[in-house]
Design a protein around this ligand. Sequence first.
Ligand code: SF4
Length: 252
Amino acid sequence: MATRKKSGKKKSPKPAKRGKSAAKKVIAVKKTSAKAGSSAGTDTQRVAAILAKLDAAYPNATCELKHESAFQLLISTILSAQCTDVRVNQVTQKLYKKYTKPEAFAFANPADLEKEIRPTGFFRNKTKSVMGASKAIVEQFGGQVPRTMEELLTLPGVARKTANVVLGTAYGIASGIVVDTHVLRLSQRLDLTRNDDPKKIEQDLIAVIPRNKWIQFSHQLIWHGRRVCAARKPKCAECNLETLCYAPDKTV
Ligand code: SF4
């Protein structure tokens, strides 16, 4: 408290008496402590080592939703909520042959569309989102999927995750980091965040991952989550990140 500071007889030595190098050390220690307080695993060298190992394991990681345009990727990403990419790809294989333009989705027969996307789950809500987003694209964006986070977030059914997928994969724009279920789980296991909320996790990741790695990093974590670091029984013995990982649910 301020009053204690004024009346206290024992004062800590003034920085001037310590010399410049000692004062620098104090600042450095304070910075390190602040980082450790937010997340112990975000030391620059450790993060660089994680990124290098992800590059080694998944040099060609990319989005596994099949698409031929930004619009198709947007629709597939909406359909992928609570559903596997494999299932979405099965559904969209037929879907995109019938609905070839945003107008076709925008003015679809809702009952037909519900039936067609039913295998992806939550088909009523997804139909509303697909039709609503398509209508907005036709009526407000000249039939083109917008290229900014702000504009994408105005589309029905589109939140940051979907917007980041479209911006990163379709347009190569690093506007944020995709935080899906795999990125969320692995970021926690690798101690890159200590938050549970996807928005906060994205901010934690943005703070420690270099911007030129944002797009590839999320693809790589998603691939690693699908192939090795599963939610249940992660294959830690096969994991090239094992020496850097101290997750409490490690299996080795
Ligand atoms: S060591 Fe295990 S828990 Fe850690 S990242 Fe690898 S697979 Fe996941």
